[in-house]
Ligand binder design. Structure first.
Ligand code: PHE
Length: 457
């Protein structure tokens, strides 16, 4: 590691405990909960998938999150430099960080497009055209939007401009203060939509779908997808949590924070599921409608409640805000790297990053229109970026992080870091994490990955 990678003396830190929790939770909670979780659960059989997802969260997601936060705080650097600093000389563990920077771009490419749809829906809702319980009306509204190249691009640029602006403001003013205020409002509204949804006639079928497991529906592919979702949801496997961990204070309880973040995140996903699945069955949508599911069902739920249009406008505004918290954490990975590696100002690093995302992102934005017929491995760019990041890049990143922290960094350093040098009396928890990271997480990830990608049968 060259001296060029020393962090500035006055490197930013999250100022308060609440701020840490809000920023970390702000990274986890996003379109993953409101858009991705429902549509993947819907396409992979419902409750049985949910169960596999929760197991992956406990045995893989949370341990990797703890590892990343720990490594980031120990090195106080961006994802690549953290791995460089902490690894023995001449071992290429920094590649984990590099893969993370790549994943950040690829995820942002499609994520910013889904955020673009959300922004567009705020305006469609204000104009009043999409409020309907008729699947034909909601479908044609959605297809009209994603099939229009100009609109797809412009809304994506609007989203990226907003994200870029907040990133420019920096760690404390931008990330911490924005997320702290907005998370609670989103929760309240999700609860409201959930209540309306479960009181719809025919709602019971949706709850059965979400909570009564039918294991015959599980395939090797759905295990892989559940694991990929756990990585994506908790923002782990690509250096986001390394980067955020580098802003953690020395007295922050890392395992405690990780548990709180993971379970609050699960609660938000379940709320989104409760808001969406009863409506799927009540209005005659298909649970396996794919990426469009949110944009079809939500207008129908609101169409069936008083003052629905106003609430729908608020709902999409809050979803946009949740997506921004997650996008900030994605963009922060390359920005922190560029700043520290090349001594760029925050402004320059942010602008370079956002402009690069505009380029890659246009491939995803045009995937339902101009580039609909361009397919790699049978997928459009949008699907390819989505599939390969969650199901390949993040699991590989997580696998190597688990191996690194337990086998290479070792028990002594891990235990010192997780107990804040003996400040916390959590020896039992530390041993459980160590054992899990040493064996359980690597073995599980490897099996699910190989099996899901059909390398072994
Ligand atoms: N966890 C975020 C969500 O669910 C997405 C994300 C993935 C953010 C990876 C950062 C890193 O929306």
């Amino acid at each position: 590691v060259g001296s060029s990678e020393k962090p500035p003396v006055n490197r930013a830190k999250f100022a308060t405990n609440l701020g840490v929790l809000a920023a970390t939770l702000g990274s986890a909670v996003g379109l993953g909960n409101i858009w991705k979780f429902p549509y993947l659960t819907g396409s992979n059989g419902g409750a049985a998938f949910l169960l596999v997802y929760i197991i992956c969260m406990l045995l893989i997601g949370i341990p990797v999150m703890v590892s990343e936060l720990t490594l980031g705080r120990a090195a106080r650097s961006n994802a690549i430099a953290t791995m460089q600093k902490l690894s023995p000389a001449r071992q290429p563990w920094w590649l984990i960080g590099a893969a993370g920077v790549l994943a950040a771009f690829l995820i942002m490419a499609f994520y910013s497009e889904v955020a673009a749809w959300v922004f567009a829906y705020i305006f469609k809702a204000i104009q009043g055209g999409i409020l309907s319980t008729d699947p034909e009306v909601t479908k044609s509204a959605f297809n009209g939007l994603v099939g229009n190249p100009t609109q797809s691009l412009i809304w994506q640029w609007i989203d990226l401009a907003v994200v870029g602006f907040i990133i420019l403001l920096g760690v404390n003013k931008g990330i911490e203060s924005a997320t702290k205020k907005l998370m609670p409002i989103l929760l309240g509204l999700l609860i409201l939509v959930g209540i309306r949804s479960i009181t719809l006639p025919g709602a019971g079928q949706g709850l059965t779908f979400l909570f009564q497991p039918d294991f015959t529906k599980l395939t090797a592919a759905s295990f892989l997808i559940a694991m990929g979702l756990a990585f994506f949801k908790l923002s782990v496997g690509m250096g986001t949590m390394i980067t955020y961990g580098s802003y953690f204070r020395d007295d922050q309880d890392i395992p405690g924070t990780a548990f709180r973040v993971a379970f609050s995140d699960l609660a938000v996903s379940l709320l989104a599921g409760i808001a969406i699945f009863p409506a799927v069955f009540a209005f005659g949508y298909q649970p396996n409608a794919g990426p469009s599911l949110l944009f079809l069902t939500i207008p129908s739920v609101f169409a069936s409640m008083p003052l629905g249009n106003i609430f729908m406008v608020i709902f999409f505004i809050l979803t946009a805000i949740a997506s921004i918290g997650a996008q900030i954490s994605l963009v922060e990975v390359p920005v922190a790297f560029l700043e520290e590696k090349f001594h760029l100002s925050r402004q320059k690093a942010s602008i370079i990053t956002v402009l690069s995302i505009v380029l890659v992102g246009s491939l995803a934005a045009l995937s339902n229109s101009t580039l609909a017929d361009v397919k790699l491995f049978g997928m459009t760019f949008f699907d390819l970026f989505d599939y390969t990041t969650s199901n390949i890049l993040l699991p590989l990143g997580g696998l190597f992080i688990a191996i690194f922290i337990s086998w290479i960094w070792g028990y002594k350093k891990l235990s010192a870091a997780l107990s804040n040098n003996g400040q916390l009396s959590n020896q039992g928890i530390i041993k459980v994490f160590y054992g899990t990271l040493l064996v359980v997480t690597p073995v599980l990830v490897t099996i699910v990955l190989l099996n899901g990608l059909k390398i072994i049968q």
